[in-house]
Design a protein around this ligand. Structure first.
Ligand code: LIP
Length: 273
């Protein structure tokens, strides 16, 4: 029996519905007061009750709307769904990207939801929990925010480039990342540390920053925002010809990718702890 993958539009409609409901729950729980439920890789890598409740809600919704699909989430991993569903679909969810921002009440955290078909991300939705800004993309269908098609920055001069980046939860890694920033900052316009990779990638997609890079992203930090960035014209990759992944994600307009890549490679940005 020849199985047919669902249309990206069908998956996008589901992703938007599920992400909006999830963001509404996260918003309500923030208003009711939120605290640290546990810590993960280090004492600063926190998880709140909202991270867990929102991911549970997303899992239940996807089970109801797309029974049989696989789901990979930050808090519950593969949640017993296995690698991919009968028609090759796997959802990748970060219930609250920018959890520390969420904890402190900073308006830069998002629900990030992507759908893969046969290992390729074909749909992405990133919804800011506080502002309601919503970025969407389908593979080959462009990147959009609130009905407007997005195009990335046209900057070509690294010295005029506003670069967003981030730091991990491990103090040794942060020290290495800070050294890289200290060496890079004289060669760019400025640095922004906003605290949520999914939104950082979407900001780069619409030129609110010119470029973004970070070491240490997990699939759920990258999947949806990475597609939005790619569909807006950014090159999204690692260093030395590698794909974007935990070692490094660089997202930059084609003209800037080379100069930024080479600086980061010289600074061993994907190295260290
Ligand atoms: C966060 C990323 C951010 C990174 C943080 C953290 P979380 O994800 O979005 O870019 O700098 O260290 O990994 O933990 O909020 O889902």
């Amino acid at each position: 029996m020849v199985r047919s993958a669902p249309e990206p539009r069908e998956l996008l409609d589901i992703a938007i519905e599920v992400a909006r409901d999830a963001a509404a729950t996260a918003y309500r729980m923030r208003a009711e007061g939120v605290s640290v439920a546990a810590t993960k890789s280090t004492v600063t890598d926190v998880v709140t009750a909202a991270d867990r409740a929102v991911e549970r809600q997303v899992l239940d919704a996807l089970r109801r709307l797309r029974p049989g699909d696989a789901v990979l989430g930050e808090e519950y991993g593969e949640a017993g769904t296995g690698p991919a569903g009968p028609d090759g679909v796997r959802w990748i969810v970060d219930p609250i990207d920018g959890t520390v921002n969420y904890l402190y009440g900073l308006r830069h955290s998002a629900v990030s939801l992507a759908a893969e078909v046969d290992g390729v991300v074909v749909v992405g939705v990133v919804r800011n929990i506080s502002t309601g800004e919503e970025w969407t993309a389908t593979a080959g269908g462009g990147a959009w925010r609130d009905g407007r098609q997005l195009r990335c920055s046209t900057e070509t001069d690294l010295g005029q480039t506003l670069v967003a980046t981030g730091f991990g939860y491990d103090p040794k890694r942060r020290a290495h990342q800070a050294r890289v920033v200290a060496e890079l900052i004289p060669h760019v316009r400025d640095i922004r540390r906003l605290g949520a990779a999914a939104i950082d990638l979407c900001f780069a997609a619409e030129g609110r920053v010119d470029a973004y890079y970070e070491k240490g992203l997990a699939a759920w930090d990258l999947a949806a925002g990475g597609l939005v960035a790619t569909e807006a014209g950014l090159r999204v990759a690692g260093l030395g010809g590698a794909a974007a992944g935990p070692d490094m994600v660089v997202a930059a307009p084609p003209a800037l990718f080379g100069p930024l890549h080479d600086r980061l490679a010289d600074l061993d940005a994907s190295g260290g702890p």
